[in-house]
Ligand binder design. Structure first.
Ligand SMILES: [Zn+2]
Ligand SMILES: [Zn+2]
Length: 442
């Protein structure tokens, strides 16, 4: 955007309308533009408010690199959702959940060959990588194979494609291990306890995901119900470690050679403590629920890493990759996924559809049903709140006289008219973010 572009834009006749649209979406980078009308009327038919013309809705994209404004909002909602399950105080989740056995777990991917690394000695010095280099922080080579020709791309893609299934196996094993620890059968465990969790997938520089999960042990009815006696933090932590080590999924390589899929050796399990007063960290290596909710929310807005130089949508052919600035390591993962996706044996993995996500087929943030609230409920509450605010401005009391909202919008287009508009919108989102940060720190 040049100064000339900007000046022209600010002087254009439709600038005030445009600015109002941008503000309504919080500076969305690719707004959904709709045309039509919306009417709020009472049940007796009296029209309270009417709106016609064009409205913009935020794109709602989760990824920071795609839309900073919407990813900010997503992170805020994710934070709310995660925090509600840890600290309670939300609908259906009492604050007594802070007394439940709770833990924060990180499950990693196993090794598929040596990679460039940047590790620090106990004195804080950079240990040289096996390639002989002292990699600096942020070096794009870190996490990529030392020898791409011997790195097990096939194994890594098959692992990633099964990561969701491996997680599912982990939760089953964890329930069984807990049951055994409590001296219960699997059936008895189900009638006396319930495991709830929220988890996020985070891509590492290797292009493989880690799972970070907050896990809570309740009674059979979820957050309102206490767990059975004997269900302690220690029991939950030991069971999680044991379950993570024992999960095994056997699949076959393209040459029929068996491939055993497991979690990586690095399993991090921490007890979650309740946030008290101004406390942020804990010297015992525990993690506070407030801080944890922040971490998890932030992970959920990240893409595949490597400065996100990966395609946004499924690719249609390998030739498509020539138009993208891809790191050679990511390119090779995508090519492997595409190749495997063409084999009958892996048809059900649908790998061509997920090649652009490096073979990961799952959702970024998932939670068990009774963990806490849902994104849908949060969005619903936000819509109701905005409507209540609007009715309040109109001086109308919906309790005395209920209202009906009729929306009739159709899609005009998605995105800004040009790059200048897009950059101006992103700058607007950036200002909102700065103001919020300033308010929080002063
Ligand atoms: Zn957006
Ligand atoms: Zn190296």
């Amino acid at each position: 955007m040049t100064d000339l572009d900007l000046t022209t834009r600010l002087r254009s006749f439709d600038y005030p309308t445009w600015r109002a649209h941008v503000e309504a979406t919080g500076g969305c980078a690719q707004p959904v533009r709709l045309r039509g009308s919306s009417t709020i009327s009472t049940t007796s038919g009296r029209v309270l408010a009417e709106r016609t013309g064009e409205v913009w809705a935020p794109c709602g994209n989760r990824r920071e690199t795609v839309c900073p404004a919407c990813s900010d909002r997503y992170a805020a909602n994710a934070f709310h959702l995660i925090r509600a399950g840890l600290a309670g105080g939300d609908k259906g989740v009492p604050t007594t959940v802070t007394q439940r056995p709770r833990l924060f777990l990180t499950l990693t991917a196993p090794s598929f060959g040596p990679v460039h690394s940047r590790r620090l000695s106990t004195r804080g010095r950079v240990i040289p990588c096996p390639c002989g280099t002292h990699h600096r922080d942020g070096d794009p080579h870190v996490g990529t194979p030392l020898d791409p020709d011997t790195y097990d791309y096939t194994g890594s893609v098959l692992w990633q494609a099964h990561a969701g299934k491996l997680w599912h196996r982990f939760t089953i094993t964890l329930r069984r291990t807990l049951a055994a620890g409590l001296g219960l059968s699997a059936r008895e465990f189900a009638s006396r306890a319930r495991l709830s969790y929220a988890k996020v997938a985070e891509y590492q520089r290797r292009g493989l995901v880690h799972f970070h999960a907050a896990i809570r042990l309740d009674g059979p009815n979820g957050p309102t119900d206490p767990p059975p006696s004997g269900a302690t933090h220690e029991l939950l932590i030991d069971a999680a470690r044991q379950a993570a080590r024992s999960v095994l999924l056997e699949v076959a390589r393209p040459d029929a050679e068996p491939l055993a899929l497991t979690w990586g050796a690095q399993v991090d399990v921490r007890r979650i403590s309740a946030t008290t007063a101004a406390e942020v960290t804990d010297e015992r290596g525990e993690i506070t629920d407030q801080r944890l909710a922040g971490y998890i929310a932030k992970y959920a807005t990240k893409g595949t890493g490597k400065t996100d130089q990966h395609p946004d949508r499924p690719i249609r052919s390998l030739a498509h990759l020539d138009h993208l600035r891809l790191h050679p390591h990511h390119r090779r993962i995508i090519e492997t996924a595409w190749h495997l996706g063409g084999l009958d044996d892996y048809a059900e993995l649908n790998l061509r559809k997920w090649a652009h996500m490096l073979g990961f087929r799952g959702h970024f943030l998932t939670k068990s049903r009774r963990y806490s609230t849902t994104f849908r409920a949060i969005h619903h509450d936000q819509r109701i709140w905005r409507l209540a605010e609007q009715l309040d401005e109109l001086g109308h009391d919906p309790a005395a006289d209920p209202v009906i909202v009729v929306n009739n919008w159709h899609l005009v287009g998605i995105g800004h008219r040009d790059e200048t508009d897009r950059e101006l919108a992103i700058a607007h989102a950036e200002r909102i973010r700065e103001q919020r940060t300033t308010r929080r720190t002063t």
